[in-house]
Design a protein around this ligand. Structure first.
Ligand code: FMN
Length: 286
């Protein structure tokens, strides 16, 4: 029998006591992180569906300590029954497709992605993305694309291979080894936003992208910079943008002095002016 207050039933009969000066919002938030309740997953899914989301992708692949410490993300691979409970709650809560992104398993002794994918398919999940590493690998070593083949063989829904796919050759190899239906690219797109279109073209989907060079590339970078400031606001935007500018400058081989200026400058107009010189290493060195 659930604990109820008036008409409202509580999700658990275990309550955190008020301790003045101790149980503040940060502490309550920390305590609630250990909840992993299907009820909240379902509610969040419903809310984003109401906001216009066309797909819900459940992330059970995040290896970050702060997420895994709360027994979420890839920690759920150690408790498939609970993972399934969360998946079922989300699928039942929404009318849009639900997909799942996960890793090969927790560690080399617990490679259960195929089992999770099979059970997720049974619960109504419509696609799985597999990052070819275990949680305990974090981002070390190389993604094992061949290991994804076991997941592909276990389900009829589409399987997408992920991890270390940086261009057409890697994508072809990942598809060959895994037998997957598609690829997902993360870090390979940093500083190279055209790479997805290049890979798609190499696989016979869509035209080859026009990869900008010279002034057109600098126009693109400045446009992206302005879009980030508009989206995040000047303060946060400035910091978020630095990561992207760093990746662009890696490819442009911008000299160290100009790079430092661009990454420490706070006035957006000045950053834009400096960026115009980011591919001119001769003048930059002068
Ligand atoms: C900075 C960073 C943040 C990430 N955040 C998430 C996330 O929020 N959810 C998720 O499912 N995976 C997240 N990932 C994992 C990536 O989606 C992807 O699975 C991983 O980077 C391997 O693919 P890649 O080699 O193409 O980057 C993150 C990875 C990085 C590097």
């Amino acid at each position: 029998m659930p604990l109820s207050i008036a008409e409202k039933s509580l999700s658990s009969p275990v309550l955190l006591a008020p301790l003045a000066g101790i149980t503040d919002l940060p502490f309550r938030t920390l305590v609630s992180r250990f909840g992993r309740e299907a009820h909240w997953m379902a509610r969040a899914a419903k809310e984003v569906e109401g906001m216009g989301a066309r797909v819900i992708d459940i992330n059970m692949g995040c290896p970050a300590k702060k997420v895994v410490g709360g027994l979420s993300g890839s920690a759920l691979m150690r408790d498939l029954d609970h993972a399934l409970h969360l998946i079922e709650a989300v699928v039942a809560a929404v009318n849009i497709p639900v997909t799942l992104k996960t890793r090969l398993g927790w560690d080399d002794t617990c490679l259960n992605a195929a089992d999770l994918a099979r059970r997720a398919e049974g619960a109504g999940v419509q696609m799985v993305v597999i990052h070819g590493r275990t949680r305990c690998q974090f981002y070390k070593g190389h993604a094992d694309w061949a290991a994804i083949a076991e997941v592909k063989a276990a389900v009829d829904i589409p399987v997408v291979a992920n991890g270390d796919i940086t261009g057409p050759n890697a994508a072809r190899e990942a598809l060959r080894q895994s037998g997957a239906d598609g690829v997902m690219i993360g870090r390979g797109a940093q500083g190279r936003p055209w790479v997805l279109a290049q890979v798609a073209h190499s696989l016979g989907h869509g035209p080859a992208p026009d990869v900008p060079q010279g002034a057109a590339l600098l126009d693109m970078i400045c446009g992206h910079y302005e879009a980030m400031l508009g989206f995040y606001g000047a303060d946060l935007g400035l910091r978020v943008a630095r990561k992207h500018l760093g990746w662009y400058m890696d490819d442009l081989a911008t000299c160290a002095k100009l790079r430092r200026q661009i990454l420490t400058e706070r006035a957006p107009a000045r950053v834009l002016a400096l960026l115009r010189r980011a591919d001119d290493s001769e003048r930059c060195a002068a």
